[in-house]
Ligand binder design. Sequence first.
Ligand code: GTQ
Length: 360
Amino acid sequence: VSATANSTLEPLLDAERAFRADLCAAQLSPLWDVMGLLVTPAPTSPALPHHWAYELLRPIIFRSAEIISAEQAERRVLVLENIGLPGRSSITHSLYAGIQLVMPGESARCHRHSQSALRFVMEGEGAFTNVNGERLPMYPGDLILTPSWAWHDHGNESRVPIVWLDGLDVPLVGLLDASFSEGGAQVQQPIMRPLGDNEVRYGTNMLPLDDAPTQGIASVASPLLRYPYEKTRETLLQLAKSELSKWHGVRMRFAHPTTGDWPMPTMGPFAQMIPAGFVTRNYQSTDGSVFLVAEGTGIVNVGDRAFQLVRGDVFVVPSWMPRRFAATVDLILLAFSDRPAQERLGLWRESLIERSGMPQ
Ligand code: GTQ
């Protein structure tokens, strides 16, 4: 660089330095520094694919019971933290996941919050979550919903510990600065309905004729709060006999019984089966997803990672990362993602990748 060029550049650099200092003082920043990071041609999630083997998780969650009681902890949960999002209690950019343990005789006191929660039971027999005056028994593979602002408490009067996977929209609600919570007056809320009342009312192939039209928050949240695994399993097994998607095997979403929509607006639950011997093609979608292996064995490829799957394992597929499955024993997966929120915002996309091999 010649002295002449330098002398013409220097005043510009000085001017830019002064300009940037003024921007900073005025709480402004230049878009041209960050444009490429903001408006990417495709999603570039900071979340990383990861697999938590239940064989490793289980002893650690049980050790937590020697450290703290469910009562002391309010919720005795180990958060599944994505190392791509350190310190943020997030498994994807928008979702939280944790493993909760309630020992026999313990209870997790009643509270409510604007965050929605769903639970997939991993082990146990007949502990319960109470939601809005209804007792929901919990057995392995069951899906239990606690919609936004619903009172909920957990208890275990059975003789064995119960462990489940919690999914919450905590990071999404945090992004929107819309978090509210409050504690209940009692540890356990009063039960106002006979056992299974809403499950019979809304979980069969009939609906109450005289339901008053629901509005606001009540209409987006499903009145059906327990989706038992035996029905999920039977549906998947039956459908696997007829037609298989090349990308999913059999994949279903859980539904709001009166609207057919997602059961909750921010987060959606799924059930999927890949029959033994079946290999799926690569699939990618903008909804980062958390999976629980309910049954079977196989392998999942997520981006350039490969994870062996057995019952109880949890894994995360970040937004837009290609995934494909191969089952060695009929593989049943339960999952949740932020797809309902993305659909409502007009943002959700998927790509069914035709060729095997590396997608873009
Ligand atoms: O069970 O209510 O994993 O409030 C995190 C926050 C579970 C719960 C979590 C919660 C709960």
